[in-house]
Ligand binder design. Structure first.
Ligand code: CTP
Length: 211
């Protein structure tokens, strides 16, 4: 299988030294990439800024902003069987990026505009054999919100978990797999185990599509 994985946060620059971002570490995306490679799959990673050492045999494209990530995803999606979107993409970016360091010393308002929803745009172009997996990190109503995202973004599978699972943690947490056929599976596991379970589910989805 050819698998495209996005990982980490995006950075949306306000000026050359300041940006909007989030604490995503890329841990899960890189764990999935490593395990997928070990299982013999072809893996491409598109990563926002994260401090993870390079992975042997895996092509990693580094990006910063959501627009750069979208550009890479759109370029590589037609070449793969599976897209796994673990990246914590910033929903907004500053309406303008100041070329010089901002010197304003009083209160001021930062104008934000919406970033494109990468999953939503890419899923419009998906062919019948491709699988798209998204993630939902929720602070409340996990299942309800995740189900909405699954539909809105036209995904085959969404992995839903609570915000306590953010970052590089080895804790076990409740995680839900919500499939487009309406079925749900609940697991209680670490990120490392989640990476293995998820790959197993994806392999089943792909083989079902191909037969
Ligand atoms: N995602 C994306 N493009 C964005 C925002 C999110 O492709 N601009 C993807 C994420 O990679 C993830 C999924 O959409 O796989 C859900 O991300 P999440 O941040 O939970 O949801 P949002 O759609 O941003 O909704 P909200 O922030 O309102 O919960």
């Amino acid at each position: 299988m050819k698998i495209l994985i996005t990982a980490g946060p995006t950075r949306e620059y306000i000026d050359p030294v300041r940006f909007i971002s989030n604490p995503a570490t890329g841990t899960l995306g890189f764990m999935i990439a490593k395990k997928a490679k070990k299982k013999g799959h072809d893996v491409i990673v598109i990563a926002g800024p994260c401090e993870i050492p390079p992975l042997k045999g895996i092509k990693v494209f580094s990006v910063e902003s959501a627009l750069e990530m979208q550009d890479r995803v759109e370029r590589y999606f037609p070449l793969v069987d599976v897209l796994i979107m673990t990246a914590a993409v910033s929903d907004w970016r500053p309406a303008r990026m100041y070329k010089q360091k901002i010197k304003i010393k009083r209160n001021w308002k930062l104008n934000l505009i919406a970033n494109p929803d990468i999953l939503k745009t890419v899923s419009r172009r998906k062919n019948r054999n491709q699988i798209i997996v998204g993630f939902a990190l929720e602070s409340e109503n996990i299942l309800e919100n995740a189900r909405k995202k699954l539909k809105k973004k036209r995904l085959d599978l969404i992995v839903a978990n609570s915000i306590s699972n953010f970052g590089n943690t080895s804790k076990k947490t409740d995680i839900f797999f919500l499939f487009s056929d309406g079925t749900t599976k609940k697991v209680f596991c670490t990120k490392a185990r989640l990476a293995s379970l998820l790959l197993g589910e994806i392999e089943k989805l792909v083989s079902r599509k191909q037969h």
